[in-house]
Design a protein around this ligand. Sequence first.
Ligand code: NAD
Length: 389
Amino acid sequence: MFTKDSIIGIVGSGAMGSGIAQVAATAKHSVLVYDNNETSLAKAEINLKSSLQKLVEKQKISSEESESILSKIKFVKTLNSLSICDLIIEAIVENIEVKKKLFHELEKIAKPETVLASNTSSLSITSIAAACEKPSKVMGIHFFNPATIMPLVEIIPGIATDEAITKASKTLIDSWKKITVITKDTPGFIVNRVARPFYSEALRIYEEGIADMATIDWAMKEIGGFKMGPFELMDLIGHDVNYVVTETVWKQFYFDPKFKPALAQKRLLEAGFLGKKTGRGFYNYAPDSQPPAPEKNTDLGTQIFKRILAMLINEAADTLYLKVASRDDIDMAMTKGVNYPKGLLKWCDEMGVDNVVKELTSLKDFYEEDRYRISPILKQNFILRKTFY
Ligand SMILES: NC(=O)c1ccc[n+]([C@@H]2O[C@H](COP(=O)([O-])OP(=O)(O)OC[C@H]3O[C@@H](n4cnc5c(N)ncnc54)[C@H](O)[C@@H]3O)[C@@H](O)[C@H]2O)c1
């Protein structure tokens, strides 16, 4: 279905669209990028040139490679210019109505066999596809930020997507030297679902006053081996993005308390304290501000880490139990999409399922909230003394 000569169209020249264009051009495809905002389009072209220049300076690519990539990407001013594309990847604003309208228009201008893909982080692929007369050729191809660096791509067939299109898209993205995982079209797919407790349980511990944010971040890094703590990471992602993903996932799961957003984060969003990019989020990034010191208490740190990890494992296990993705893809997604030190199902086996169930049972008994319900597959593994691997 796709070959090296397949022409790739990108709609949306923001952070994700530009990155995906660079990845496709590096894989030697001709790429056409369209954005309905001419300023964004012009900015994307300037940014691409400067990011390639930096790669040349750092000797990551040669100047010939940089020129070849540049020559492969054309920034176009009309949607109609994408009519020659074989695959069009949409990376516009995260709004279902705007995306549906675009897909409806894309189907009209594209060739009948052109595959239409969305890079959405949290919207339903099936719902986007329903805007098209042929939803069988619509699917999700979800890159992570920055697309040029993060190896993971989630491949998401909607319920009407043709199986051959899913397979061909996976093969194509694999040929772009990315690591692909297949996931069902469910809220947050794999990564944005399984990672929710990393933020939400940390926020809960913080809201309850069990520990402050610096201590929680310290525990997850020093004891847990995570590259960043939850509060640092939320500040980096931006509360406008991170809170909205949490809220979208929660709403799409019919307000399941497991995914409930935290007021502490909502208030930051309301105040415009969006994180590092605005100079203030949970932390203050003003040049003269001193970062708060963590309480380096190993017992407290271990308690925090075990609680957050148990909640993460519970979500990974439930994702497997509900057949959203395979065991290997769930573990791969978390290590390659968000740099977790280990796959969560493997981590469960290493810790012993009895320890994970014990931790979750004590949370459930204490709080008596549905948020802490234990995934049936963990209970099964516990009773049958089974492991995931
Ligand atoms: N930023 C991330 O971390 C990240 C990661 C994975 C997926 N995503 C998803 O990728 C998509 C794009 O995110 P982003 O961060 O690149 O956004 P962005 O705001 O950086 O860029 C979006 C671009 O789309 C353009 N646009 C908006 N509506 C359009 C339309 N109707 N037609 C053509 N162009 C239009 C805007 O002018 C803008 O240049 C979203 O669906 C987002 O959820 C984002």
